[in-house]
Ligand binder design. Structure first.
Ligand SMILES: Cc1ncc(COP(=O)(O)O)c(C=O)c1O
Length: 375
């Protein structure tokens, strides 16, 4: 575990992002996606704050294990949890957990649907159903909608709890991109088929961050934001003008300067003896790939105060080198705090663009060696 390299998470910033979300989704209920340890921000702390301070009552996980962790560690709070992909309903130990711990699996295939409909223990269990409208990953085949409805009716049910689909291309324009248009149209058809068959759906949702940012899918009862709640926009940079999102990154990644020294052009630095691009100074910071600061970050620009440096040489297990050219040197001291990213979305986006990595991966890539602190 590190002492001076840490991810500082501001629950206040999360609160601000939620307020901004509410200003876009004025009438929607929210399923806050907290899979993968709340996108690397610590699921227990994030969910506790979201329930107690923000009043969010619905959360989305990827696996039953993630959901169970929330139930066990937050047993004192009231909230709903949905498992979106790794549901395993047919395993006896899992179905018992769903039944006894108030965790709802999202049904995405015929096998899981048949299991639940045939199992008397699930007679009154809420049906949360996902259709594939064109993403072609998970979801009941939309051609089977009549069949699905018939099977539901055979059990005597008159309604389902939640009907949803997921977009493949919400980081692209929702009102122009053909795939998005098709998926919205297909979802409309599915909803209409349900309505005309006499099976009601209590709730529905389609939009994740990219669609929400563009104000799309807000006619459904729910939205399912993940990334934007943690700060970044999920639109591709070339479409950023379409985004209404003005969030802030909820965490800062801080480390410190272990040492620094003068360098001359061509001087070899670290593993691989990479030549230095020009005269200047190199700061050694206490983050390496053992912390999730990967070799992909070589070449990215980082700031010390307002002075821009660049990651040079090879990132190694425990450290990385940041080069500052002699024409603009920062005031470096051993022990200085060095901030890799702060609450600025612009700088964070620049970092992701340069590293050719998506924000989701940057957050999730941090390892346990970097402690999380909450402010
Ligand atoms: C079904 C579903 N809805 C919503 C989300 C949230 O997506 P985003 O983080 O892009 O908002 C995810 C993310 O994995 C998802 O799988």
């Amino acid at each position: 575990m590190r002492f001076r390299s840490r991810q500082v998470i501001s629950l206040k910033a999360l609160e601000e992002n939620y307020k901004k979300l509410r200003s876009i989704c004025v009438n929607n209920k929210v399923i806050f996606m907290v899979k993968a340890n709340a996108y690397g921000h610590g699921v227990v702390q994030v969910v506790r704050h979201s329930v107690e301070k923000l009043g969010i009552t619905e959360f989305g996980c990827a696996s039953l294990g993630e959901a169970l962790q929330l139930r066990e560690e937050l047993y004192d709070l009231e909230f709903e949890i949905y498992v979106f992909s790794d549901v395993q309903v047919e395993l006896r130990e899992c179905s018992e957990i769903y039944l006894n711990r108030r965790i709802i699996p999202v049904i995405s295939n015929r096998e899981d649907l048949d299991f639940i409909l045939a199992n008397r223990d699930f007679e009154n269990f809420p049906l949360f159903i996902k259709f594939n409208t064109g993403m072609n990953r998970l979801g009941l085949d939309m051609e089977s909608v009549d069949d699905v409805i018939k099977s539901i009716k055979l059990t005597g049910r008159k309604s389902i709890y939640h009907l949803m689909t997921h977009l493949s291309s919400s980081s692209m324009p929702v009102s122009k991109n053909k795939r998005n248009l098709l998926q919205f149209e297909n979802f409309e058809k599915i909803k209409n088929t349900f309505k005309s068959s006499g099976i009601e759906y209590e709730y529905s949702s389609i939009s994740n961050s990219g669609a929400i940012e563009q104000g799309a899918g807000l006619e459904e009862t729910h939205v399912r934001p993940g990334l934007i709640m943690y700060g970044p926009s999920s639109l591709l940079p070339q479409y950023s003008h379409l985004s209404r999102w003005k969030g802030e990154i909820i965490s800062k990644l801080e480390t410190y300067v272990i040492s620094f020294f003068d360098v001359t052009k061509g001087q070899p630095i670290g593993y691989g003896a990479t030549p230095c691009p020009s005269n200047g100074k190199v700061a050694i910071i206490a983050l390496g790939y053992g912390d999730g600061f990967t070799t992909r970050y070589i070449g990215t620009h980082l700031y010390h105060g307002e002075v821009r440096g660049q990651v040079v040489g090879r990132v190694n297990m425990d450290m990385a080198q940041v080069f500052f050219p002699e024409d603009e040197l920062p005031d470096l001291k051993v022990g200085d705090t060095f901030t890799v990213w702060d609450h600025s979305v612009d700088k964070f986006s620049e970092f992701c663009r340069e590293a050719k990595i998506i924000p989701y991966e940057v957050f999730i890539g941090l390892t346990q060696r970097v402690p999380k602190r909450y402010s």
